[in-house]
Design a protein around this ligand. Structure first.
Ligand SMILES: Cc1cc2nc3c(=O)[nH]c(=O)nc-3n(C[C@H](O)[C@H](O)[C@H](O)COP(=O)(O)O)c2cc1C
Length: 202
């Protein structure tokens, strides 16, 4: 399904903060490279925003290109892998629309491509307003909230903070969410937690 002005509710990006995998393009002298990372899309007071902290590839790509795609994904392994490493090129599709080419994830349940406008840059981050221009719904999945999947997301966020600061408080939180992922999650949630532990050498 593609349309000119997508209604975000139809593509799973709801009010509050939606945890998505944002795909962007890095332009190099050898051509365009796709990038993917977990990023929150903020919907508040009829605005859609993204806050990107300096230092990430996503920050650089959005700063230069003013464009991003928010992919709705329900695979916990993609969240862990794209936080700490590059996804394989075979995991992306390239979509052509409106005279543009942009990367999306093959495994996305849906995606929305946004133009970034009114970008404000501070010493730590950029905040951009997002204007939806293209979208596609690939699959509709009905699933009850699962605390195991949510625990993987929480643990992954704390892992990024642990790697930045080395603060043991984050380690305790990661261990708490790991217990929850094992108790409530499915096999992929447990695999994702194992991968996180391996990455952190725990
Ligand atoms: C669930 C989740 C949500 C995140 N949301 C954001 C965000 O909104 N903004 C941001 O700058 N980083 C966010 N991060 C951290 C980035 O994903 C992380 O810094 C990543 O390594 C950036 O990868 P890149 O260098 O390929 O862009 C989030 C991480 C997780 C696990």
């Amino acid at each position: 399904m593609e349309s000119e002005k997508p209604v975000l509710d139809d593509f799973g990006i709801l009010s509050g903060i939606s945890e998505t995998i944002v795909t962007t393009t890095r332009t190099t002298s050898e051509g365009s490279l796709p990038n993917a990372a977990p990023i929150g899309i903020i919907r508040k007071d009829n605005k859609v925003l993204v806050r990107l902290f300096k230092g990430s590839q996503t920050y650089d790509n959005v700063f230069k290109g003013n464009f991003l795609v928010a992919n709705v994904v329900n695979d916990p392994l993609i969240f862990v892998r794209s936080t700490f490493s590059d996804l394989d090129h075979s995991e992306f599709d390239v979509v052509s629309a409106g005279g543009r080419e942009f990367p999306v994830l093959k495994d996305a349940l849906s995606w929305v491509a946004f133009e970034c406008t009114s970008t404000k840059v501070t010493s730590e981050a950029l905040v951009a307003e997002l204007d939806p221009i293209f979208a596609r719904l690939n699959r509709c999945v009905v699933s009850a909230p699962n605390r195991g999947f949510n625990a993987v997301l929480e643990a992954t966020v704390h892992a990024t903070r642990y790697l930045l600061t080395g603060d043991d408080e984050y380690l305790k939180l990661i261990q708490m969410y790991a217990r929850l992922a094992v108790k409530c999650g499915d096999e992929r949630d447990k695999l994702a937690m194992e991968m996180l532990y391996d990455l952190l050498e725990l």
